[in-house]
Each structure stands twice: as C-alpha cells, then as structure tokens.
Design a protein around this ligand. Structure first.
Ligand code: SAM
Length: 264
C-alpha cells in the first residue's frame, strides 16, 4: 500500500485504542483526539496508566519465561499495538536469537509504524500482518508463512480481548486460534478488569468517546479464557503479581489480570 493511501486510512476524528494506549505509556504516536480522552480518563482514573505500564512489563516477563524456561521459539502477538520499548521480538530474541515472531493488528497506524517491529536478528525472523482478530483462520494461515505451526507457539493477546463485546465470541476466537497451534503452545493474556469503580467509570468514558468500545470483564471471565489449558503458576493474578522480578511480593492493586496457560 502506498504511503498516501495508508495515511488516508488513519482516522483522526475519533480516538483509536493503539494510539490512546501509546499515549498512556508515554509514546508520541498519537493525535489530539487520543490525548483529549486520555487526559479525561487520567483525571477520572489515573490507575489506567499503571495498567498500561505494568502490562508491558508483564509482556516482558511472560515472553522471557516462555523463551527461557519453556524453550518456546515462536510467538504470535495479536493486537500488537504501537511499537514501544521491549516489543515481543526484542525480549524473545535476547533470550533466543533464532526466535520468530509474527505481529498482528488491524489499525493502520500500527501498520504505518510496523518497520520498528521488523528489526529481527539475522538468525530469527519477524513479520507483520495487517489482519483481524475476528478472522482467526486468516491469521493462522498468514502466520504460517513465518512460523512453523507444527511446533509450539506463544500466543500473546494483551489488552485486546476487551474490544470483543460478547464474552462467548471472545472465548471462541481464542479457542480457534489455539486450535491451530500444537501441544506445548502457550496462551498469554492480560486484560483490564471490572474490579474498581474507577476502572468501570474509565471504560464508560472511553466508550462514550466514539472509539471502538472496550469492555472490562470480571476476573472469572479472564480465567475462563484458559479453560482446557494447564495454567502456569501462579495462575490468573493481578498483572504485577505474575512472577515478579526477583520473586518479590505483591504489586500494586492494578485493575488488570493476566495468566499463561499451556496447551496439553
Ligand atoms: C489497548 S491496545 C494493546 C496493545 C498491546 N497489546 C499492549 O498490551 O500494550 C489494543 C490493540 O488491539 C488492536 N485491535 C483491536 N481490535 C482488533 C482486531 N479486531 N484485530 C486486530 N487487532 C485489533 C488495536 O488496534 C490495538 O493496537
């Protein structure tokens, strides 16, 4: 796609979650409309900044765990978001330079910045797919151009499933993606949870902004995504509490939960 037609696809009239999230982690790839709702939400519920920041740290710990302790060499990162520090391939390839990573997002702004995700080591590979979570078959088919889907894959879906309003639909999409991956593959999820009045108010404000809505779920529903998988210790926990660096104690009471499950 030419640079001009890609630019035409970027809608700056309403907020977009990739850009809004980028603003929350201190990035520069966002527009006035994203910063406006971002500032409004920061004033209603400053805790959403902690969710964004601690979720990225969880991504780092989960990928290092899978590449290190579990020997996973392939990752499929769906709902990638805008590049920031320590993207999945950077973490994975620090542990295993031959790791292969496929990134998937449907936002044109992420496509426009995808070059920053394509900085693979010579031994490994990275690819970017302009594709949709709602079409798992197409995602798997295209991912197979880079990943060997007969070998274990770490499927990462971080802070993205809340875009799928119906819980059963979200579960089905996760099931369909996992069904295309072999035993020994892992599912990594984190998501905001309806665990405080502030988070619920933030979600309502975001959804009133004209952006594609984001629904915050009860913790049991996050746990339900792992049905049929072997949950890695410590299970489904608040994001800062998942294998904290140095094994240290409980983190802040962030309104987001995460987990890692292994396909038996
Ligand atoms: C809140 S951001 C999370 C980014 C990143 N995973 C993180 O945790 O920092 C949600 C991302 O999901 C992407 N997304 C939303 N709906 C999608 C869909 N149907 N297919 C692919 N990506 C989608 C958005 O474009 C955005 O980049």
């Amino acid at each position: 796609m030419s640079h001009d037609s890609l630019r035409d696809r970027i809608d700056t009239s309403k907020p977009h979650s990739a850009r809004f999230w980028n603003y929350f982690v201190g990035g520069k790839d966002n527009y006035e409309v994203d910063r406006e709702i971002g500032d409004q939400i920061k004033s209603i519920f400053p805790g959403l900044v902690d969710v964004a920041v601690t979720s990225r740290r969880f991504l780092g710990r989960a990928v290092a765990y899978l590449a290190g302790e579990q020997g996973v060499r392939q990752f499929l990162d769906v709902g990638t978001g805008l590049p920031t520090a320590d993207n999945t391939h950077e973490v994975a390839q620090r542990v295993a330079p031959d790791a292969r990573i496929v990134y998937v997002d449907n936002d044109p702004i992420v496509l426009a910045h995808a070059n920053a995700l394509l900085t693979s080591t010579p031994e490994g590979r990275t690819a970017y797919l302009d594709a949709d979570l709602y079409d798992p078959d197409a995602v798997l088919k295209a991912a197979a151009g880079t990943l060997d889907l007969s070998r274990p894959v770490g499927l990462m879906i971080l802070n993205t499933l809340g875009h799928v309003a119906e819980y059963e639909r979200a579960r089905e999409l996760v099931r369909q993606l996992m069904a295309g991956l072999p035993a020994g593959s892992h599912l990594v999820i984190s998501d905001s949870t309806a665990t405080s009045e502030g988070m619920i108010a933030a979600s309502q404000a975001y959804n009133a902004s004209g952006a594609v809505p984001y629904y915050v779920r009860p913790v049991e529903e996050i746990a339900g995504f792992f049905e049929g998988l072997e949950l890695v210790e410590p299970g489904v926990v608040r994001v800062p509490e998942w294998r904290p660096e140095g094994g240290g104690g409980a983190g802040a009471a962030v309104d987001a939960y995460c987990g890692v499950g292994r396909k038996p």
